[in-house]
Design a protein around this ligand. Structure first.
Ligand code: GLP
Length: 241
């Protein structure tokens, strides 16, 4: 595990973006796993800057997002499709046909999960998976549970997750109750994982995830088993490590 702690968010964002753009420069056909949430926004901004400066191109790159809410219209500003458009896809040359996000409005959600896994299989191994961390240790929307699921699946969001994400919606009642998420098996199959964690409020859970027992009660703890895990932390999140 490679743990890097930054005293400024700007440096953290530049470092994260540098890892991603560096990979795409050496392998333009790279397959990227992308995350949403507040944490990676600054990294996506730095990637856009690099693209605008002509440092990197994404024409041959393929992306797979981790998750999507169930039942939010695609155009809803809090759908993860909207998020990706607003923060990254609208500003780079990645063909939309190569930018995959599970469809939380599919008429048959089980079939949608199966078809997402087929697409992932066809694409081959994810070269780099970007991850944020939920306050309860979730990755993607793989919530703490007595067992975890390997492939893409429908998940009922935990109350604490809905509360944490309510800050992005008008009220808790507007936060969807379900989501589709890539499973931990797919996440752990990525060649490299880039976990990004910011803020004092995540200090305890990142400490537990990286140094505590490996347990499905804290899905991020499974990342300890990954052979190529890079963790970018701000000093607040890293304060207990
Ligand atoms: C969300 C997402 C995760 C994200 C996490 C943390 O619910 N499904 O992919 O990493 O929770 O979000 P934030 O970065 O906003 O704290």
């Amino acid at each position: 595990m490679n743990l890097l702690t930054f005293d400024s968010h700007q440096k953290l964002h530049e470092s994260g973006a540098g890892i991603i753009t560096g990979l795409v420069q050496t392998n333009p056909r790279a397959i990227l796993g992308l995350a949403t949430g507040g944490t990676p926004v600054g990294i996506y901004q730095e990637i856009v800057k690099s693209f605008q400066q002509g440092i990197v191109r994404f024409q041959d790159t393929t992306t797979f997002n981790l998750d999507e809410y169930v039942g939010l219209p695609e155009q809803h500003e809090q759908s993860y499709r909207s998020y990706m458009n607003t923060h990254l896809f609208d500003f780079i040359d990645l063909p939309r046909s190569q930018a995959h996000i599970p469809d939380g409005n599919a008429p048959d959600l089980v079939a949608e999960c199966q078809s997402y896994d087929r697409l992932l299989d066809q694409a081959g191994q994810i070269d780099l998976q970007v991850l944020g961390l939920g306050h309860n240790g979730h990755i993607g929307f793989n919530e703490p549970d007595h067992a975890l699921i390997s492939g893409t699946h429908i998940v009922e969001l935990r109350e604490e997750t809905r509360q944490a994400n309510a800050r992005y919606f008008g009220s808790l009642g507007e936060v969807p109750t379900h989501a589709l998420t890539m499973g931990v098996g797919t996440i752990l199959k990525a060649k490299m994982i880039l976990l990004i964690v910011k803020g004092q409020d995540k200090a305890e859970i990142i400490h537990r995830a990286l140094t505590g027992p490996i347990t499905t009660d804290c899905p991020a703890s499974l990342l300890q088993t990954h052979p190529h895990l890079v963790v970018l932390l701000d000093s607040e999140a890293g304060s207990l490590l």
